[in-house]
Design a protein around this ligand. Structure first.
Ligand code: ZN
Length: 256
């Protein structure tokens, strides 16, 4: 509410060339209560009300005929009721102890990065651990280099922060970093939601609606990539984005 009030004020008093607002409630509430929960529907409805505030501010603005509105989200959600704790497997395999870590799993919701820290044993550990993880309840895929590079993820040679391989969970499951106890899969105290799963699943898809100046009305863009949104906005603003990997969404744009 405060952010949209500020946006309205800016529109009226100091019209900017580019104004970006993050409506935070939908992500926050869906993490806490899960998608399609009563709370999630409330959050979406609330975000819609805030969007109305912005649309009304545009309509009142003297710059309305030169204004483009872009509504974008960057991921979907799966509900979660169980945690997967891959570090328990590393502990049981003797790769994590109080004194030493030879491997570590870093969790990111529906995805998990597996780092192998012992250079001498890397390939041997990798094959053994891939088999162990593939057998765990709730793990959908174990992604080695040839699979994760197809998703646009970097290799350790390209990025020193990149893991040796990735794990991806099924809907209903989320990774955590804990290595306490001996249960690899545990029920969560409260259900919730998260993202970071394999992106080709319909529930993971995001939203993009563009309207206003420079946009061809009624165009269905089908599936597009998030990295194309900023180049499209740059094109409308008449500025260059020379380092962008995406391309402007030309079918949406009116011919100049
Ligand atoms: Zn989130």
């Amino acid at each position: 509410w405060l952010y949209t009030r500020m946006a309205r004020h800016l529109f009226e008093k100091h019209p900017p060339n580019l104004l970006m607002i993050h409506l935070v409630e939908v992500d926050h509430v869906e993490h806490k209560y899960g998608p399609r929960s009563p709370e999630a529907y409330w959050a979406v409805s609330y975000a819609d009300d805030r969007l109305r505030d912005i649309v009304e501010a545009i309509e009142r603005s003297p710059h309305r005929d030169k204004t483009t509105l872009v509504v974008a989200s960057d991921h979907g959600f799966f509900p979660i009721s169980k945690d997967i704790r891959p570090n328990v497997i590393l502990k049981q395999s003797g790769l994590i102890s109080k004194e030493k870590k030879q491997a570590y799993c870093l969790s990111q919701g529906g995805g998990c990065m597996v780092y192998l820290l012992d250079d001498a044993k890397r390939e041997e550990m990798k094959e053994e651990l891939k088999k162990k993880f593939a057998a765990v309840e709730g793990i959908q895929a174990v992604l080695d280099q040839d699979e994760y590079t197809k998703l646009g993820l970097p290799t350790p040679a390209e990025d020193s922060h990149a893991p040796d391989f990735w794990l991806s969970a099924k809907s209903g499951y989320s990774f955590t970093n804990s290595d306490k106890g001996d249960d690899v899969v545990t029920p969560r105290k409260t259900p919730g939601g998260t993202h970071g799963y394999l992106p080709d699943q319909p529930d993971m898809l995001a939203t993009l609606v563009i309207n206003g100046y420079g946009i061809k009305p009624g165009t269905n863009l089908g599936k597009v990539q998030s990295i194309d949104v900023a180049p499209t906005m740059a094109r409308l603003l008449g500025v260059e984005l020379p380092t962008a990997q995406g391309k402007p969404l030309m079918p949406a744009l009116q011919d100049d």
